[in-house]
Design a protein around this ligand. Structure first.
Ligand SMILES: Cc1cc2nc3c(=O)[nH]c(=O)nc-3n(C[C@H](O)[C@H](O)[C@H](O)COP(=O)(O)OP(=O)(O)OC[C@H]3O[C@@H](n4cnc5c(N)ncnc54)[C@H](O)[C@@H]3O)c2cc1C
Length: 426
């Protein structure tokens, strides 16, 4: 076995507990999807659940998110996953003794054209039919509810009071705690390197610290999911792209009571209160896929002009923080929950999970549904029949309609060939 930092090397300060030879399930990836999934697998009764994380828990997208939780989804899948996740966040304090910091705050989705208004009413009808408390705001109601916004800008908006935001680092703390108290074995700084198959069925994983035999494997990875898939010989059309967030300096006009969350879908700009100021996030629709390495100052300034137009007080405010990070996406902005496939064949025992760039708002729901699918083939959280990899063609195009309430990410992923040599089939 390879000696890993943090697992007994001199100076690591930790006893060498080795890695287990066998497990009931192995989950790859210690982000919000993998970690909550491992916790749910354990809660479902599996004794030996192992989570393999190449770095440290939360070192992917999950610690860098803006924390926006929106149940006002554009599809029934999105509504159900958002609502399940919201209820989970609300239940955490009682069940875990810690929570992810979810704060209900109210979310306004403004309309700027007649087409926006018509689409919003259709969406609201779908959301209401699923029991979601979303209502229409007339333009003057939008102005009253959001006094920091320039008046008379909108043609109305949909509004959901139960939407809110969480603190991403607190969510990482919450799942780290949940993993510890539930007895999931967490192997940090341990990379998944390949899937072992026996007669086409999962028999275990290979890791940088040695193999683990297991009949169930869950593959997550957020922005790295396509790469995790390649290690397993599975083609996963999941992408990664730069996403930027900034926080303004505080201002009394941006007090939380005057600042509902807002998503300007027309340009992919959203905001919420943060530390007495405003946190705003943006995705550049023309951004090429790839890893985020720096802040795109030019695009940030362009989006700030739109922000100044909509929330004039921000024009005079400095920024106290800006960051760029790599966000995950899927070509149809929908989650992936379903069996792994190699050359069109389902791999029994291996399940793939992606929150499609909405891991704060959908993460626990995706994780719970993935655990259910891995154990039983279906889930009461959401109907996963259409959410598997088989919805994508060889070029990664989905046969499902794109979720209309999503950031303007790239619509396609750089499809790369699978590397079947990494999956051994004995
Ligand atoms: C700037 C930004 C803002 C965002 N804002 C929001 C928001 O407001 N609301 C929202 O809903 N979503 C938001 N998101 C998206 C959300 O953060 C992600 O969808 C979510 O974190 C994905 O979770 P995950 O567990 O799939 O991936 P991650 O959190 O990236 O976790 C994947 C893990 O897999 C590990 N890994 C990769 N390869 C291997 C390997 N070979 N072996 C072992 N481990 C491996 C990685 O180290 C990583 O820790 C935002 C993202 C970004 C970047």
């Amino acid at each position: 076995m390879v000696s890993m930092p943090g697992s007994g090397e001199p100076g690591s300060g930790r006893p060498d507990r080795g890695i287990p030879d066998t497990a009931d399930a192995v989950v790859v990836g210690g982000g919000t999807v993998g970690a909550w999934c491992a916790y749910f697998l354990r809660e479902s009764g599996l004794d030996r659940v192992v989570l393999v994380e190449k770095d440290r828990l939360g070192q992917g997208a999950s610690s860098r998110a803006a924390g926006v939780i929106r149940t006002q989804g554009g599809t029934p899948w999105a509504v159900r996953l958002g609502e399940w996740s919201r209820m989970f966040y609300l239940s955490q304090a009682d069940t875990l003794g810690i929570d992810s910091g979810f704060t209900p705050h109210g979310y306004v989705l403004p309309c700027f054209s007649a087409a926006d208004v018509s689409a919003a009413h259709d969406r609201m009808a779908m959301q209401n039919s699923l029991g979601l408390d979303v209502r229409w705001l007339e333009p003057d109601e939008v102005d009253r509810m959001s006094p920091a916004m320039a008046p008379g800008k909108t043609l109305g908006a949909t509004y959901c009071a139960q939407d809110g935001y969480l603190h991403p680092l607190r969510n990482v703390a919450a799942y780290a705690h949940a993993l510890a108290i539930s007895g999931v074995r967490v192997l940090e700084r341990t990379s998944f390197t390949g899937l072992d198959l026996t007669s086409g069925v999962v028999s275990g994983v290979r890791t940088s610290a040695g193999p683990i035999a297991a009949p169930l494997v869950v593959l997550t990875g957020g922005p790295d999911l396509a790469a995790v898939g390649r290690l397993a010989g599975v083609t996963i059309p999941a992408g990664a792209v730069r996403h930027q967030v900034a926080v303004t300096e505080p201002h009394p006009d941006l007090a939380p009571s005057r600042l509902p969350m807002v998503f300007d879908l027309s340009v992919g700009l959203y905001w919420r209160p943060e530390d007495g100021g405003m946190l705003f996030g943006m995705s550049n629709p023309d951004e090429p896929p790839g890893e985020a390495r720096s802040v795109d100052v030019e695009y940030l300034e362009r989006i700030r002009e739109r922000l100044h137009e909509l929330v004039p007080v921000t024009a005079g405010l400095g920024l106290r923080r800006t960051w760029a990070a790599t966000i995950d996406y899927t070509p149809d902005h929908l989650p992936i929950i379903g069996p792994a496939m190699i050359s069109g064949q389902i791999i029994n025992g291996a399940t793939v999970a992606s929150a499609g760039g909405a891991g704060m708002m959908w993460g626990p729901g995706v994780a719970r549904a993935t655990a259910d699918v891995a154990l039983t083939g279906s889930s009461a959280v959401v109907d996963t029949a259409d959410l598997g990899l088989d919805r994508f063609d060889d070029q990664g195009h989905s046969r499902l309609a794109t979720d209309p309430i999503a950031l303007p990410f790239p619509e396609s992923t750089p499809q790369t060939r699978a590397f079947p040599e990494h999956a051994t089939n004995t």
